[in-house]
Design a protein around this ligand. Sequence first.
Ligand code: MG
Length: 280
Amino acid sequence: MEKMPIGVFASIDAGLGVKLEVVRDLGVKTIQLHTPAKESRTPENAKAFLAKLDEYGIKTTVVFLGFEGESYETIEITAKTVGFVPEETRAARLAEAREIADFAKLLGVEAIGSHIGFVPHDVDSDLYKGMVAAIQEYCDYLKGNGQRLHLETGQETAENLLAFLSDVNRDNIFINFDPANLILYGMGEPIESLKKVAKYIRSCHCKDAKKTTGVPGVDWGCEVPFGQGDVDAKLFIQTLAEVGYEGPLTIEREIPEEPERQKAEIGQAIEVINAIKATL
Ligand code: MG
């Protein structure tokens, strides 16, 4: 595969990503796939989806977990509902995460991406220990499938993330680096953070955002098209290249309620990325 091919975050049915036909129309050859709904995750659907990907010449690089009951409405609600943090749904979500991994295996995909949720900062708390144990268990399951786990960044600082990775202590856990999340959640400067976690980065999101005008970490920043926010798109891609990253540059633009605008802005992001890549 070419170095740093462009990708798009896509969906088959439910989900925030763009439809496969849009990816094809934009001429993009890699996608990250938001997990299809439970009823769609059948061997027949996997086969049909693979045939479509083949026809369009598209490769799926990561399948992303998603669960019912997750909400990104505010930072506080995100912290309470997303990933493996809520103790009452953790076992059921782990079971579903294993099913999603098996579906990804049918698609020939070796990486599972996940917003595992806000990692608790108190490393002595039961919540933290429970999260470490849950992710260890999941990594071990993925290992049996020949798969890796890519943690989505941004809900904790680079330092906290590194400490968590070290506590999980598995050789198939890596990072999906999302520079905009660090700005949205008020968790640090993206490029400095990228350098700190560089050796773990196996996939990334080209997403951009403006810093909050309210209280960082409490109030959201604002998501904007790639290249128009505080990420510094050029420095971001240059830095990825400098640290030896060769994986896909996956554009994430989640405005499914406005499909025309979504397609147009992804098209603009492709131009921004190609112009930067030409300078490398
Ligand atoms: Mg992301």
